[in-house]
Design a protein around this ligand. Structure first.
Ligand SMILES: Nc1ncnc2c1ncn2[C@@H]1O[C@H](COP(=O)(O)OP(=O)(O)OP(=O)(O)O)[C@@H](O)[C@H]1O
Ligand SMILES: [Mg+2]
Length: 306
């Protein structure tokens, strides 16, 4: 079983793809066998960050059943140990993915024979995006220090809890609980937190089981595009708030500094952390990789994650 790191977060443009590509490259440089999968269907651009101008068919061939095994649609990158699956040629957006295709894809991801799998997710809280985030209990969400990004990240977290509950109890039971609660309280009163609480408390016999299910989600997060004037304690503050208000443990992986040379590195088809290894931004990335995939391993062994 690979260690799967979905990279998500509610807001667009916060750096999910930039972070996926650079974390993947650094993990591969440490000897882990890594695969990056672009799951931003309809908005895929991970290939550009990897310096691949015209990626061949990838996920489309697995989804349309041309290839049976997900490994078969992976291509090597110029970085040894790092493979890639593109979704550039997928004709659909995330909203149009059939349920059966999604389940087949998640099952195939969980069976991949790599050490680390990084999933670059699209923005927003569409339930398919959430299901990819929940494909592992090691989801990483990315936000920037801007209030709008933090707000969207909170919305994303709450949506992930709700989605998890919907996975655990039946679809019909979930909707009945929410409908009953809306009748009692009025639909306006139902906010995300209220719904999670209502569902948790609906059946006292189920409450412990449901709480255990959502407690297993371990959220990790990164603050990207950190600038000199940003409050250096912001990450720890967000962690404290999340651990106080939500239902499972939150871990702050660290800041990644804003560096204006990032655009140049993308234009020149270089991965920033490899082009500027001495930069503060690259140092920040390495500190995060230390936590996610610390050990240099031989290619046939599995990564041990703490
Ligand atoms: N640490 C950083 N320093 C400077 N620029 C950055 C940094 N991180 C990201 N960027 C810039 O932000 C832009 C958006 O990043 P990216 O495409 O990775 O975001 P995203 O979250 O994947 O967006 P989308 O939701 O559209 O997929 C990039 O083009 C890059 O130039
Ligand atoms: Mg992206």
């Amino acid at each position: 079983m690979p260690v799967i790191f979905p990279i998500g977060g509610g807001k667009g443009g916060v750096g999910k793809s930039f972070i996926s590509a650079n974390l993947g490259a650094l993990m591969a440089k440490r000897g882990h066998r890594v695969i990056l999968i672009d799951l931003d269907l309809g908005g895929s651009n991970l290939h550009t960050l990897l310096g691949i101008k015209s990626p061949p068919s990838g996920l489309d061939r697995f989804l349309d059943k041309t290839e049976n095994r997900l490994e078969q649609v992976a291509v090597p990158t110029h970085i040894s140990n790092l493979s890639f699956i593109s979704s550039l040629h997928c004709s659909m957006e995330i909203a149009n993915l059939y349920h059966a295709q999604k389940i087949k894809l998640i099952n195939a991801i969980q069976r991949l024979s790599y050490d680390c799998v990084l999933l670059d997710l699209g923005a927003g809280t569409h339930f398919n995006t959430l299901d990819f985030f929940l494909a592992s209990d090691r989801g990483v969400f990315v936000c920037t220090p801007e209030p709008t990004a933090i707000e969207n990240a909170f919305r994303f977290i709450k949506a992930a809890y709700l989605r998890k509950l919907k996975q655990v109890i039946s679809h019909n039971a979930f909707h009945k609980i929410v409908k009953d609660a809306a009748q009692d309280n009025g639909p306006q009163a139902l906010r995300y937190n209220d719904i999670v609480d209502i569902v948790l408390k609906y059946d006292p016999g189920m409450e412990m089981f449901l709480r255990d299910s959502i407690r297993r989600l371990q959220f990790k997060f990164i603050l990207n595009q950190f600038r000199k004037n940003t409050d250096s304690a912001l990450g720890e503050k967000i962690k404290t708030v999340c651990n106080r208000h939500f239902y499972s443990p939150f871990e702050f992986l660290g800041h990644i500094d804003y560096d204006e040379r990032v655009t140049d590195s993308i234009l020149s088809k270089n991965l920033f952390t490899l082009q500027f290894p001495e930069s503060k931004t690259a140092t920040d990335f390495r500190a995060i990789v230390d936590q996610l995939a610390p050990k240099r391993v031989a290619s046939h062994t599995t990564v041990k994650v703490p």
